[in-house]
Design a protein around this ligand. Structure first.
Ligand SMILES: *Cc1c(COP(=O)(O)O)cnc(C)c1O
Length: 430
């Protein structure tokens, strides 16, 4: 009998850890650094990747793998790995394909931390990134490609500008240059967007955000669709098809097929750079994942109400939320996102500019000022003074961040209470 594909809400609970008779209902925490074997040879086979098994938590841990498998199932991918943060996931996704001297192309409207990683830190390591306007024509974006370009990167829903990425367009551009499309799907989560269905090859996540959902644990994930054919582009990706001297001549694409990307990132990058998630954090992440579907739906329903309230407020100069019919990305969100839902995040500016926006924020009582989004508790942030502080005005505009922009992440509180909080803050600055 062919197994019926389970729906996302069911996968949130059932995928990954599948307890047998008498086993714990909740994923066990393997809080251990190492794993015992009976003969020296058994261990040697693990080191040679001849046998699968756990030996040291820096490389792999069962708790982490159960949780990664759940995320892979939600995204519809072949394999996944957890990382210690979203930043580590972005770093590993790029380093898995780029060596010093290589180049890649990225949308400029991306998370501030990712922008910094790509523009400054990777550059120091000899890897160059060209930033493009994600809304530019295909010809303009193609012009950024070079013979040594190894990948195209974008965010499916950008933080903080909430621009929607045209994933099909980006996939076409990447594939016409023989490289994979990697997308950061943190904001929509697989509940609202499944990038592989639109042609993306690899997905990254800051699980820190909605997946965890309760501000408990920083973490990241990388998921592979298994769709990119490394062997067909062996000239560009010898790292996937040629023997790896650090593994006695093992070639990842040949030995691991659709799991080559994650296997290589685990045995090379995790081994050498060690950004492993702690098993305890993976356990907390799994608890968050169990309610991801219901939480994301409620975050989005609440955000829709708040966006409608703000769009009708005379004090608000402008608002961006893909759920609003007039929004630049409304149509694309309707097409690409499940039931047109984007996320619980929006941004807006207050009449009177930067100073008045900040004053408004300072007067909020219920809504927190924190460097966070996608939390059960509603929060606001002023990116120009906080997350994007290190960017120049030019880079701010390129990242889609106006100086008066307030990022508002709508939580799971009652929207009547959130509206009352905003009303009193507006009254205080009048
Ligand atoms: C937060 C975030 C990151 C970085 O994640 P950390 O877990 O904070 O390292 C990357 N991408 C997006 C879209 C994010 O919102």
């Amino acid at each position: 009998m062919k197994e019926k594909k389970l729906n996302p809400a069911t996968l949130c609970i059932k995928a990954g850890w599948d307890p047998k008779k008498g086993e714990p209902r909740q994923v066990p925490i393997y809080q251990t650094t190492t794993f015992k074997y009976e003969t020296s040879e058994q261990m040697a086979d693990l080191f040679d990747l001849k046998a699968a098994g756990y030996f040291y938590t820096r490389l792999q841990n069962p708790t982490n793998d159960f949780v990664a498998a759940k995320i892979a199932a939600l995204e519809g991918g072949t394999s996944a790995m957890l990382t210690s943060s979203g930043q580590a996931a972005s770093l590993f996704a790029v380093l898995n394909l780029c060596d010093a001297g290589d180049h890649f192309v990225s949308a400029s409207t991306i998370y501030g931390g990712t922008f910094n990683l790509f523009a400054i830190t990777l550059k120091k390591m000899g890897i160059e990134c060209t930033f493009v306007d994600a809304d530019a024509s295909e010809e303009e974006i193609c012009a950024a490609f070079r013979p040594n370009t190894k990948l195209l990167f974008g965010e499916t829903l950008t933080n903080p500008a909430v621009n929607v990425l045209d994933i099909e367009k980006f996939a076409r551009i990447a594939h016409s240059h023989g490289v994979p499309l990697i997308v950061d799907n943190t904001f929509p989560t697989p509940i609202n967007c499944r990038p592989f269905e639109w042609g993306a090859d690899i997905v990254t996540h800051a699980t820190t955000k909605y997946m965890d959902g309760h501000s408990t644990s920083v973490g990241g994930a990388i998921v592979d669709s298994g769709n990119f054919d490394w062997s067909a582009h062996a000239d560009k990706f010898p790292c996937m098809t040629e023997p790896d001297p650090s593994y006695h001549g093992l070639a990842y694409a040949r030995s691991f097929g659709k799991n080559a990307f994650i296997t290589k990132a685990t045995v090379q990058l995790m081994r050498d750079l060690g950004s492993i998630a702690s098993p305890f954090n993976a356990y907390l992440l799994n608890v968050g994942l169990e309610s991801l579907q219901v939480r994301v739906e409620r975050h989005c329903a609440n955000a829709q109400k708040m966006a409608e309230y703000l769009s009708e407020n005379k004090e608000v100069a402008w608002i961006k939320y893909p759920g609003l019919p007039g929004d630049k990305y409304h149509e694309l969100a309707q097409k690409q996102f499940t039931d047109g839902r984007s996320s619980g995040v929006m941004c807006f500016g207050i009449k009177g500019g930067r100073e008045r926006s900040i004053k408004f924020m300072d007067n909020l009582k219920l809504i927190n000022i924190v460097t966070h989004v996608a939390d059960a508790a509603s929060c606001v942030l002023h990116p120009a003074s906080h997350t994007h502080r290190q960017l120049t005005d030019e880079q701010l505009i390129a990242a889609g961040v106006q100086p008066d922009l307030i990022r508002f992440s709508v939580g799971l509180e009652d929207t009547d209470d959130l509206i009352a909080d905003m009303e009193q803050a507006f009254a205080a600055i009048r």
